[in-house]
Ligand binder design. Sequence first.
Ligand code: ADP
Ligand code: MG
Length: 377
Amino acid sequence: MKKTESSFTPEITIDSPGRINFIGGHTDYNKGFVLPAAIDKKIHFYFRKNDSEDRATIHSKQYDNPLQINLSKIERSSTLWENYILGVIQQIQKLGKTLKGFECIIESNLPIGSGLSSSAALECGMAYGLDRLFDLNLTKQEIISLSMTAEHEFVGTKCGIMDQFASVNGKKDHVMLLDCRTKEYKYIPAVLKPYKVLMLNTNVSHQLSDGQYNSRQDECIEAVAIIQKQFPEVSFLRDVTLPMLEACKPNLSPIHYKRSLFIVEENARVLKAAKAFEENNIEELGKLIYACHDGLKNLYQISCPELDFLVDYAKTKSFIVGARLMGGGFGGCTINLVHEDFVKPYIEEVSKAYNEKFNIDLSAFEVNLSNGTTLRK
Ligand code: ADP
Ligand code: MG
């Protein structure tokens, strides 16, 4: 087995992918539809047991100081990344599972904080690895749920289920149409040829915390409370149709109306995009992706000048069929469907233009659709 550090021979190795989401921005926590896929950018975990009953050491190569854990006393840390791990361990223990001492080294080629869900890859890889190391018999669904709960409770980001779901359940060269309420899903072959998925990372992050992300959720919940007065059958924005929304418009503030309209329209777009995948109609998919960005910008209001610049630039190119901001917003990546013959020259051109405009270097990389979290054989 590969040695990762001079004295460290792992017992097991886990590869945990990031994810993209072709379309379905912010629909997950509104219990709607999303269309994600796991990608070939991953976090790698090297695990081995140690002799202790309750001491664990985790060294992420992204950070200088290893995390030292007393497994019999899990508490929140003042260091952000440690809380993802600690939260997962606590959730596993809450399921009545016993962990013993272990060591783990973490390496990653998945950009952090860029909308590719390194957080879910971290949580799910940790949970998956501990499951295998200690034969915990966790189901995939348990790994997904406990990872999400860990992020809610230890980190404070009220994320939906999509990121963890996609990281665990990804399938090579497929997208997943996921109903975030019922958790039902289906794989759809993604025949993108001749297009490639190009991620452009703005390398800006306009929000230090997830304040805006959580406030969008609050606005959606508030909108539901107002809509429910006329339509008691509505539990989430997912249940709202356009005519219902129009009927409620006089009672909704402009903000609540805009947020709701985006979610209602976006859910419909995801279903159309799934059909476009089924019909191998990537041009149609691309149109829906552009429309998604317009909604995220104008109705959901989570874009920023750097993201808009990249999407507007893409629109000037006939070899790009769709682009949008992907992830929480206010920075991070755009996803672009670019004809394979033009990927390289486009990266050069758009990087130069972006740098001239913002004096910031753009990062660009292609992604391929990959399997979910796996134990490396
Ligand atoms: P995203 O999930 O889009 O990448 P988040 O802000 O949700 O962005 O999660 C990023 C956080 O996840 C980082 O700030 C860090 O705390 C944690 N993280 C991601 N990758 C790693 C890693 N390889 N090692 C340690 N922590 C990581
Ligand atoms: Mg995240």
